[in-house]
Design a protein around this ligand. Structure first.
Ligand code: NAP
Length: 521
């Protein structure tokens, strides 16, 4: 039998009971390691993290905690090669796709270390300036943000085992809040290894970082009002979490990052020969193929003016055709595997549903796999579908096929395009392609209400833009409505979720003694 990875709870490594779940290589099907969270004492683990880890972290200011983040980034960097091996084996990703997860994680932790250092020795933050309450101005109010005295339960999706962990853990730890990590079972190995390396480096106080793998049973049961839940995953699991008593009865704040029908929109002023058209085509192909389309931010719907529909269909299909799909260990391969055969079945079933209302422009099934057995490997080529009558389509605006699948749609005018984009019901990101700054600015503001991020690509930033699907810590990540309604990242503003906002009303002399606090507004 393969190694059983242990959980780190109450400051020590503990094995779950039973055989656990076997993690597999999605190319060969080989068993890699096992995980089990069965039989562990979650109530004690949460209490230990809250009482021991939380107290130790809160005893420090933001600056010393930022230094810890810097040490975490160093510990991760020192073991980077091992992470790439695990990612290839367990996620079936190419080196470039693994880098997005692994280097993205290290970059995000390092960025929070830099931002946190600027907060110095402060123990609390101010939110806005003082307001006078009484007639003579002697009685005043100041809003403060103080770290919550709870634990942050971080539940992650399978597609970003590294970045998903650290983009949540960095703001939590910097805030002084201990974390309990629950990685998605299918790819838990990488998250587990990273946690083990950071614990091994001894850079965090006891109880500040815990991990449980392999089960979500009873995970939320021990949570108390001052704890936090930060969840990334499907809308269906989010709904279950929101219905849990910890949320409904004990008011535990929950941040949800869920699925999303993100769009890309070419503005009507462009034509098939324009640079903006080429940039849209390049980005759509990139988004469909990076991580085999397993990105919450991936482009799922592409909107072009009616007269450019055929040209766009031809241009995207032409760039998809040569994409080599298969074993990421083969240097020819540009697109690796889906995470599992179960995910492959889900993608195949999703495409079959979408085909009922769309045409197939480029069939992913036509790709021959490189160095991979199609009866074993969880690989599939990229599929571009077309909905010539997008108003009549329902599924294309509704089901997220979590793989290399995207639907092209024509629009009549800009109002029609905006209406189609909004049928996603709230998304993480829409990207706009055009060359007229005025038209791009107007469209960005028009769509900002239904998105967490509007990514504007014009020829002037063709090489410097950071990518439709890339989540940068400087910008907000999350989206309204169907996308979950959450907000993560966006600089130090991410710390607010791990703080409690309160008003202190007092004479000015008392507020003076609270001292100067940095603001993260
Ligand atoms: P998922 O099935 O919803 O699982 C997400 C996490 O929730 C996993 O760790 C899972 O554990 C855990 N979980 C399952 N049931 C639970 C319960 N009742 N209580 C608490 N936790 C529970 O999602 P996934 O298949 O891993 O990820 C794919 C989805 O995530 C896609 O829909 C994608 O769009 C979305 N996603 C969103 C973002 C974003 O930032 N918005 C980022 C990445 C992915 P197990 O693995 O042990 O079942």
């Amino acid at each position: 039998m393969t190694e059983l990875l242990r959980n780190h709870l109450c400051g020590r490594w503990v094995a779950g009971t039973g055989d656990g779940t076997t993690l597999r290589d999605p190319i060969s099907g080989a068993a890699l390691v096992r995980v089990s969270g069965q039989g562990v004492d979650l109530a004690s683990a949460v209490a230990y993290a809250r009482d021991v880890g939380g107290a130790a972290l809160r005893a420090l200011g933001y600056g010393p905690r930022a230094a810890m983040l810097g040490s975490i980034a160093k510990a991760l960097t020192a073991n980077r090669d091992a992470y790439f091996e695990i990612a290839t084996a367990n996620s079936g990703t190419t080196r470039a796709d693994s880098a997005m997860d692994i280097d993205g994680a290290i970059y995000t932790v390092s960025q929070y270390a830099r931002w946190g250092a600027a907060l110095g020795e402060a123990r609390a933050l101010s939110d806005g300036s003082r307001a006078r309450l009484g007639k003579d101005g002697s009685f005043q109010s100041q809003h403060v943000l103080v770290p919550t005295r709870g634990v942050a339960l971080l539940i992650n999706a399978f597609n970003f085992p590294a970045w998903g962990l650290w983009e949540k853990a960095a703001p939590a730890l910097l805030s002084g809040v201990p974390v309990l990590v629950k990685p998605a079972t299918a790819t838990a190995w990488l998250a587990h290894r990273m946690v083990a390396d950071v614990l091994g480096a001894g850079v965090l106080p006891d109880g500040a970082l815990s991990i449980v793998c392999g089960t979500s049973a009873g995970l939320l049961d021990p949570l108390q009002p001052f704890d936090r839940v930060s969840f990334t995953g499907s809308g269906a699991t989010a709904a279950q979490i929101r219905a849990h008593r910890a949320i409904t009865e004990r008011s535990v704040p929950v941040n949800v990052e869920a699925d999303s029908l993100n769009a890309a929109l070419l503005l009507p002023q462009e034509d098939a020969g324009s640079p903006a058209f080429g940039l849209l085509v390049r980005e759509v192909v990139r988004e469909m193929t990076v991580k085999s389309g397993q990105k919450c931010t991936a482009i799922r719907r592409v909107l072009v003016p009616e007269r450019l529909y055929d040209a766009a269909a031809g241009a995207v299909a032409a760039q998809l055709a040569p994409v080599a799909v298969g074993n990421p260990r083969n240097e020819e391969v540009r697109m690796g595997a889906l995470v599992s055969r179960a995910q492959l079945e889900s993608v195949t079933a999703g495409v079959a549903r979408l085909r009922a209302e769309t045409d197939v422009i480029h069939d992913g099934g036509a790709h021959r796999l490189v160095d991979a057995d199609p009866s074993i490997a969880a690989c599939v080529g990229p599929t571009l579908l077309g909905a010539r009558q997008p108003d009549r389509a329902t599924l294309a605006h509704d089901i997220e096929v979590f793989g290399p699948v995207c639907t092209l749609m024509p629009y009549r005018d800009l109002d029609h395009a905006f209406a189609l984009v909004r049928r996603g019901g709230g998304s993480l990101v829409t990207s706009l392609y055009g060359s007229d700054p005025g038209a791009l600015a107007a469209a960005a503001l028009e769509l900002a209400d239904t998105h967490g991020r509007v990514h504007v690509v014009s020829p002037a930033v063709a090489e410097s833009q950071t990518g439709h699907g890339n989540v940068m810590p400087q910008s907000l990540h999350g989206g309204p409505g169907r996308a979950g309604g959450g907000e993560e990242l966006g600089g130090l503003r991410a710390l607010t979720f791990y703080h409690r906002r309160a008003a202190v009303q007092a004479e000015a002399a008392v507020l003076d003694r609270i001292g100067a606090m940095p603001s993260i507004g």
